[in-house]
Ligand binder design. Structure first.
Ligand code: PLP
Length: 400
C-alpha cells in the first residue's frame, strides 16, 4: 500500500509554479532574471480596500463567519452581477470562497463522478484539467487554436459534447491567450448548448475588467438568459483589484450546486478569511473608476509587448483582446540551435533556453495544452518589459 492517494497520482504539479520557482532559484543564486511567468497585477491593493481591512480588524471581525460568506459580501456580489452583468440574481444565489480557484475546485469536486466528461477548450488555464482529473472525471479537449483567434467555434463545441458531458469550462478573457469572446460569439456557443440541456457551463470571468480597444465584456448567462439556470458564473477580486494574496473569489449559480459546494467547503476550509471578506465588500461596493485607469496601463503594455514580439525573428503573435497575457507562436524557430548551443526542438526547450541563457522566465505553450507557443505575462513594470523584450529579441535572433 503506497503512502500517497491514487487521486493525487492523476494530477500534474502546476507548470507555472514550476518555472517561477526555477527563476527564483536562479535569482537567489545571483542571476539577473526577469520573471514574466506569473499572472498577477504589479499594482498595490487600493488604499480604500486596505483601510477597510484594517477597520475590520479593529472592529473585531476576526471570527468564523458563514461558510459561504458574510451577508454583506454576498449582497455586494449579487449587486455586482446585477450591475455589471445583467444577471437576475440575489444574495441567496451567490457564494464566496478562498479565491476563484476554490470556487472551481468546489464546483467540480461537488458534481463530478468517474466517467463524467468536462469539455475544456485548449489552450486552457493549467488548473482546469487537473481539477477535473482529481475529481475522477475526464477532460475532453476542444481545440481553440490561433486559426480561430484561440476561440471555440460552435462546430468544435458540438463535436466535443457527448451524453457523458457534465460541464463546459469557458474562460473569457482567457489565460493564456488573452482571447475575449464577443456577445455574438457567445450567442453562437449558446445555441449549441441550448440543444444539449444536460450540459452545465462554468464560466471563469476573473479577467472581466481587462478587455481592450473599447470592447465590452460579455458573459454567457447574460447573452442567453435561458442558460442562467445551468451556468455557474465565477469571478473574483484577485486580478481586478490587485488582491491575489487576499484569496477571495465568488460566483453565482444554481442553488443545488451552491448547496453541494457549501457542504464541501464546510468540511474543508470553512469560511474565507473574515478580514479579506470585508476588504472585498469595499472592493465591490467602493469606487471603481481606477479600474479603467489600470486597464489603460495594461493596454499600453500589451501594445508595446505585441509590437516587440512581432519584431522578433520567427515569432508570430495575435493581438490579445484582454487579460494580461500574449500567446505567441515560436513554431518557426523549432528545430534550430540557440546561440548557447542548445537544441530548440520544443516550446519547452525554447523557454528553458531563454531562461538559462538570457534570463527571462516565460511559460511554454504545452503547459496550456498547445505546443509551439509560449505565454508571456505583461503584468510587469515598463522597464522590466523593455529589458525582457530586448533579451527575447536577442535570444530569437541567435537561433539558427
Ligand atoms: N482563473 C484563471 C483563468 C486564472 O488565471 C487564475 C489565476 O491565475 C484563477 C482563476 C485563480 O484566481 P484566484 O487567485 O482568485 O484563485
Amino acid at each position: 500500500m503506497g503512502l500517497l492517494s491514487d487521486a493525487l497520482s492523476r494530477v500534474q504539479p502546476s507548470a507555472t509554479v514550476g518555472i517561477t520557482q526555477r527563476a527564483r532559484q536562479m535569482a537567489q543564486a545571483g542571476a539577473d532574471i526577469i520573471a514574466l511567468s506569473a499572472g498577477e497585477p504589479d499594482f498595490d491593493t487600493p488604499e480604500h480596500v486596505r483601510k477597510a481591512a484594517i477597520a475590520a480588524i479593529e472592529r473585531g471581525e476576526t471570527r468564523y463567519t458563514n461558510v459561504d460568506g458574510i451577508a454583506e459580501l454576498k449582497e455586494a456580489v449579487a449587486a455586482k452581477f446585477r450591475r455589471d452583468n445583467g444577471l437576475d440574481v440575489t444574495a441567496q444565489d451567490c457564494f464566496v470562497s478562498s479565491g476563484g480557484k476554490q470556487i472551481i475546485f468546489n464546483a467540480l469536486m461537488a458534481t463530478l463522478n468517474p466517467g463524467d466528461e468536462v469539455v475544456v477548450p485548449l489552450p486552457y488555464w493549467v488548473s482546469y484539467p487537473e481539477i477535473v482529473r482529481l475529481a475522477g472525471a475526464e477532460p475532453v479537449f476542444a481545440e481553440a487554436s490561433q486559426a480561430t483567434g484561440f476561440k471555440l467555434t460552435p462546430e468544435t463545441l458540438e463535436a466535443a459534447i457527448s451524453p457523458r458531458t457534465k460541464w463546459l469550462l469557458l474562460n473569457t478573457p482567457s489565460n493564456p491567450s488573452g482571447a475575449a469572446y464577443t456577445a455574438d460569439e457567445l450567442k453562437g456557443l449558446a445555441e449549441v448548448l441550448l440543444r444539449h440541456p444536460h450540459v452545465y457551463i462554468l464560466t471563469d470571468d476573473i479577467y472581466e475588467v481587462l478587455v481592450y480597444d473599447g470592447r465590452s465584456f460579455a458573459t454567457i448567462a447574460e447573452v442567453e438568459p435561458r442558460l442562467l439556470a445551468r451556468t455557474l458564473t465565477m469571478n473574483g477580486v484577485s486580478k481586478s483589484h490587485a488582491m491575489t494574496g487576499w484569496r477571495i473569489g465568488y460566483c453565482t449559480g444554481p442553488r443545488e450546486i451552491l448547496a453541494a459546494m457549501l457542504k464541501l467547503q464546510g468540511q474543508s476550509t470553512t469560511n474565507p478569511t473574515s478580514i479579506s471578506q470585508w476588504a472585498a465588500v469595499e472592493a465591490l461596493n467602493g469606487p471603481q473608476a481606477f479600474l479603467l485607469e489600470w486597464r489603460d496601463v495594461f493596454q499600453k503594455r500589451r501594445d508595446y509587448v505585441v509590437a516587440r514580439l512581432r519584431g522578433c525573428k520567427g515569432l508570430e503573435c495575435l493581438v490579445p483582446e484582454g487579460a494580461f497575457y500574449a500567446f505567441p507562436s515560436c513554431a518557426a524557430l523549432l528545430g534550430g540551435t540557440s546561440a548557447g548551443g542548445r537544441k530548440i526542438a520544443t516550446d519547452e526547450d525554447f523557454v528553458m533556453g531563454l531562461l538559462e541563457e538570457n534570463g527571462v522566465a516565460l511559460v511554454h505553450g504545452t503547459a496550456f495544452g498547445l505546443p509551439g507557443h509560449f505565454r508571456i505575462s505583461y503584468a510587469a513594470s515598463d522597464s522590466d518589459l523593455e529589458r525582457a523584450m530586448d533579451r527575447i529579441e536577442a535570444f530569437c535572433a541567435g537561433i539558427v
